[in-house]
Design a protein around this ligand. Sequence first.
Ligand SMILES: Cc1cc2nc3c(=O)[nH]c(=O)nc-3n(C[C@H](O)[C@H](O)[C@H](O)COP(=O)(O)O)c2cc1C
Length: 205
Amino acid sequence: MRYTPRLRDHGLAHDPFKAIVAPRPIGWISSLDPDGRLNLAPYSFFNAVSNDPHIVMFSSFGEKDSVKNIEATGEFVCNLTTFDLREEMNTTSAAYPRGVSEAEEAGLAMAESAVVKPPRVRDAPTALECRLLKADRLAGLDGQWSGNIVVFGEVVSIYVDDRFIRDDRFDMAAARTIARCGYFDYAVVDGVFEIIRPKDPKVTG
Ligand SMILES: Cc1cc2nc3c(=O)[nH]c(=O)nc-3n(C[C@H](O)[C@H](O)[C@H](O)COP(=O)(O)O)c2cc1C
């Protein structure tokens, strides 16, 4: 089959795009509003886009509370989600009124961050503390704002639970991080395999 995304002529019950570009890591974004009230929500349009410096992004469909808070305060934390925290993560995606703490609703304990004001999810295996670089209101080929806001942040401090450092590596299979697939599907990382790259003097790893 083949389809044209803007025509939505896939003929299926749902557009498979989000199942094609998958699995996507989930940035579980904590932020504070200008009055210091905590907000926590999962974003799977999330990824790292630069290794030097460390830069991450997430995309919000509309001006959600996370975006409003981050534009107001300039700071956020991307917590990683795990199989053990999957229900809590899902609870925090509910549309609570602004100012209601999703973390509290999900019964989640938070812990102080090292550098930024928003706290991290205490039991998340790792958390990236970020400062806002820019929030881009993304236009499509038609030049119109798509309704998406892409938030870029530089990572200024990284927390990793010592339990998941093994042989000098972050052991994501031990942490059992989860990722979003299409529909209501998720994948869990419980194994990895290694492929050594062909020798290339330009490749530094
Ligand atoms: C696993 C998962 C991934 C999600 N990814 C996104 C996303 O990438 N972008 C988005 O706008 N909403 C996404 N959502 C929905 C938001 O989490 C939801 O709209 C939430 O209420 C936004 O919270 P906020 O207004 O406090 O920022 C996702 C939900 C789940 C459960």
